[in-house]
Ligand binder design. Sequence first.
Ligand code: SF4
Ligand code: SF4
Length: 104
Amino acid sequence: MKMTQTAVPFTKANVARCMCPRCPVQGKSSCVEGKMARLKDALSQSPLKREDIPHVYCGSGTAFCTDLDFNKTCICGSCPVFAEFKLASGQPVGFYCRDGMAKL
Ligand code: SF4
Ligand code: SF4
C-alpha cells in the first residue's frame, strides 16, 4: 500500500475532538500544562501554530514538548478523529507525538 501525506487537518474542529489532553503520556508534562493554560490565545491565531497547541499530532507531527512519558499508553484509539480518518490502517498507529504524523 502506498503511503501518502496525512489527511488529518490541523484545525480548531479537530483540536476540540482530540483526546491528547486526556492522555497519560502528556498527563505530567509541565510543558503541556503551560500550553494548555494559554490554549485560548493559541486557538485565536490563524493559521494555528502547531508549536503552541499540544493536540492533533496525527495531523501536525511530533510534539514540541520534550517531557512526555512514552512509557504510558497512547489513547488515540478512543478518539473520534482516529475513527473518522481510519488511522488504524495508516502508519504509525498512535504515538504521533513521538513518531510523527499519520500517513494513510
Ligand atoms: S498522540 Fe497518542 S500518545 Fe501522544 S498525546 Fe496524543 S493520545 Fe497521547
Ligand atoms: S488520533 Fe490522537 S493525535 Fe489525532 S486527534 Fe485523536 S487523540 Fe489527537
